[in-house]
Design a protein around this ligand. Structure first.
Ligand SMILES: Cc1ncc(C[n+]2csc(CCOP(=O)(O)OP(=O)(O)O)c2C)c(N)n1
Ligand code: SF4
Length: 421
């Protein structure tokens, strides 16, 4: 036995060494792939989610791709609880001292909350850019701060850059501009003061930010759906991430419109008798919304592509992420195998719908699973939420599972047809 203080001392020393290891410079990650995204530090660390939670890897990836640029509106649910239980906060800052902005509003208005953030961000961007124009004009007429004017020109050239691989270049220039502006702080005249102060306070918004609206299926499919639909229809450049655990997880597993047929959940003690709502199909009906269904542990590179495309698309995007949860009733150590089976059996077909392809007269729907390799029932019978029906209502279970299986296969064939038009 060793006294715990001694063990802690060792940990503190080890931590100091770890903290000295520099973060990988993003300039070395020229192209984001599933392999090299691992070199980019996640800005979401050590959450209090259940071990094996299927929601958190999606947020981790989101912060790796969007980095310091993310502004996150989080609906109430598991992701707001493990995401912001004061004083523990898993979102962290980068080496440059910046990190995602995150806030939680109500369960019923998260999409609207995120839309408000997007409007505010746009306004701040307008103010910041206006001050750049004013200061440049003034400094040119007075023939001063030539280096800063040149830097502002460079920033102007790239501030609308949408490629996530180039974010670091833009952010580096903005940081340089900030340093330059701070260096002339003491010599600012009354004429320059207002624009100068406005620019300093709006600098973090001067280049495009990525607005993320995050929440569970209880929020997205049910209680916040009206607002979500409104925000998608608005055409605004926001990204929605639905962490679909197929129940209200944080309050103990109540049935939502995302609960699949045959699953036993609270308020569906006799098994859900209807099909899961197809939120992706509803969003696709707009034609101008980027839509993806992902299962990160079944196909990481498809999930990465979807997040990258959603960010780069100048319009509304929604990503629906299959998220295993303790409520599904199996050992979450097997979560990757379940995700794979969900995809291969057609229970969770993964795809991307990109409106930009339509503009090029191509089919916007790309199905990322070509053929089914397993039966839906192989998947259903591996999870307790379905097996309970078999145990508690054996006389009805078969009929319900057969109906669910038929519907799943039919939906997959339909998607295949749509993707091949
Ligand atoms: C209007 C309203 N109704 C109910 C609640 C209680 N509540 C908080 S979290 C939650 C469940 C969230 O479920 P979901 O959106 O699926 O997210 P998950 O917990 O599964 O990630 C509920 C019902 C609330 N906060 N506000
Ligand atoms: S209850 Fe489910 S969704 Fe919530 S933290 Fe646990 S595993 Fe994740």
């Amino acid at each position: 036995m060793v006294r715990k203080e001694k063990v802690f001392d060792n940990y503190i020393e080890t931590e100091k060494i770890w903290n000295k290891i520099p973060e990988t410079d993003r300039k070395y990650v020229e192209k984001l792939t599933s392999k090299n995204v691992g070199f980019i530090p996640s800005l979401f660390a050590f959450s209090g989610a259940c071990a094996g939670c299927g929601e958190t890897p999606n947020i981790r990836l989101l912060t790796q791709i969007s980095g310091e640029r993310a502004i996150i509106a989080n609906a109430t649910g598991c992701s707001s609880i493990y995401g912001g239980t004061v004083p523990g906060f898993p979102y962290r800052i980068s080496e440059r001292g910046m990190g995602p902005a995150w806030s939680n509003s109500l369960f019923e208005d998260n999409a609207e909350f995120g839309m408000g953030m997007s409007i505010a961000d746009e306004k701040l961007r307008e103010v910041g850019r206006h001050t750049v124009t004013n200061l440049k004009k003034l400094w040119k007429s007075e023939n001063k701060h030539k280096e800063l004017v040149a830097l502002m020109n460079k920033v102007e050239e790239v501030w609308d850059e949408r490629s996530v691989e180039k974010f670091y270049l833009v952010d580096g220039l903005v940081k340089e501009l900030e340093k330059g502006l701070k260096s002339i702080e003491k010599s600012i005249s009354d004429k320059e003061k207002n624009d100068y102060n406005d620019l300093i306070s709006t600098l973090p918004h001067i280049a495009l930010r990525t607005i993320w609206i995050v929440g569970g299926d209880g929020w997205a499919y049910d209680i916040g759906y009206g607002g979500l639909d409104h925000v998608l229809a608005s055409g605004r450049d926001v990204n929605v991430l639905v962490l679909d655990t197929e129940v209200y997880s944080n309050t103990g597993g109540q049935c939502s419109k995302a609960t699949p047929m045959g699953a036993v959940a609270k308020f569906a003690a006799a098994g859900k008798r209807y099909l899961k709502k197809d939120l992706a199909m509803m969003a696709m009906s707009y034609g101008y919304v980027y839509v993806a269904r992902i299962a990160i542990n079944a196909n990481h590179s498809q999930a990465l592509k979807a997040m990258k495309e959603a960010i780069e698309y100048n319009g509304p995007s929604i990503i629906i992420a299959y998220s295993p949860c303790i409520e599904h009733g199996y050992n979450l150590m097997e979560n990757p195998e379940h995700q794979k089976l969900a995809v291969e059996s057609g229970v969770w077909p993964i795809f991307r719908y990109d409106p930009r392809l339509s503009d090029q007269d191509k089919n916007p729907l790309q199905l990322d699973i070509k053929e089914l390799k397993a039966n839906p029932k192989d998947y259903l019978l591996k999870e307790n939420r379905f097996r309970r029906l078999l145990k508690e209502r054996p006389d009805e279970a078969d009929e319900i599972f057969n109906k669910a299986e038929k519907a799943i296969i039919k939906k997959f064939e339909y998607l295949k047809k749509l993707a091949s038009i």
